[in-house]
Design a protein around this ligand. Structure first.
Ligand code: RIB
Length: 286
């Protein structure tokens, strides 16, 4: 079983569903609203745990009403929360609009995540003890960089999902072992990804592509009925990390099946499948 440290964000997702998203300046009537625990870091931690890994989460919630629900979501999933701190001020929130085709738009306000500016000794020890470190870009870049350097120095494999897209110091890429990007991010990053040994590119409904020491290959993915794509990339990344020790081909198959299943229900963390569901879909595919 892989041991994974996730250093990342945790948000409360405010999810509105609507037949179509409004044009700028337009008001439309929505069809539903719910709050769901989310955040790329938390989603990936829960996905890795449900896919079979042992996971510790290093992150921050605020001292507001949302914090308890966010902490409980990780606890209920069996993710270690000893390194989840509470900081003064609001928790992270994401305003998400999902249309009838399952596509979304998301605005994230960092809140407590933006105050993850330092890693403590116990945080660093958690990273050093893990097989893999999993990071995204919803906490300050200096913290991602510090986590990645510490992981490298202690033989922990560094997985980076560079989302949401932003300019990064080139030295970060030299500390990354596995990058998980979507096609838009891959195009935008271009040659910045060259120093990364393993690059996995997600292709929406068309599966994913691997390039690295094992060559270049595609996993065609699995066709499902899409309800909401929110968190599908996070679920893909968490499952990939949980199964990386089985080799890139097996890891991509797990990740594609997990990511596809995540699109079949509304809400990021609410839609993350467990290992049994993923195995069932993989068995149908073979
Ligand atoms: O990737 C989906 C996630 O992005 C949502 O859960 C939201 O919180 C934002 O972080």
């Amino acid at each position: 079983m892989a041991r994974i440290a996730v250093v990342g964000s945790i948000n409360l997702d405010l999810v509105t569903t609507t037949a179509r998203r409004p044009e700028p300046g337009e008001t439309v009537l929505g069809s539903g609203f719910e709050t769901v625990p989310g955040g790329k870091g938390s989603n990936q931690a829960i996905a890795a745990r449900r896919a079979g890994a042992e996971v510790d989460f290093v992150g921050a919630v605020g001292d507001d009403l949302f914090a308890a629900e966010l902490r409980t979501a990780l606890d209920d999933a069996g993710v270690g929360t000893a390194r989840l701190r509470t900081v003064a001020g609001p928790s992270g929130v994401a305003t998400i609009v999902v249309d009838a085709s399952g596509e979304n738009t998301i605005i994230v306000v960092g809140g407590a995540n933006a105050r993850m500016t330092e890693l403590s000794q116990p945080d660093l020890a958690t990273i050093a003890a893990a097989d893999l470190l999993l990071c995204q870009l919803e906490i300050p870049i200096q913290t991602v960089l510090a986590a990645a350097h510490h992981a490298r120095a202690h033989g922990t494999t560094v997985v980076l999902n560079p989302s949401p897209a932003q300019d990064l110091p080139p030295e970060l890429w030299h500390a990354v072992d596995i990058a998980v990007v979507n096609e838009g991010e891959a195009r935008r990053l271009g040659s910045a990804l060259d120093p990364v040994p393993h690059v996995v590119t997600t292709r929406g409904g068309a599966g994913a592509r691997y390039r690295g020491p094992e060559g270049e290959f595609d996993d065609p993915g699995v066709t499902v009925e899409v309800v909401d794509t929110t968190g599908a990339g996070d679920t893909f990344t968490g499952a990939l990390a949980a199964h990386w020790h089985e080799g890139p081909r097996a890891a991509l198959a797990w990740a594609c099946a997990a990511g596809a299943l995540a699109t079949t229900k509304l809400g990021a963390s609410a839609s993350i499948p467990d290992a049994e569901e993923i195995e069932r879909l993989l068995a149908q595919r073979n």
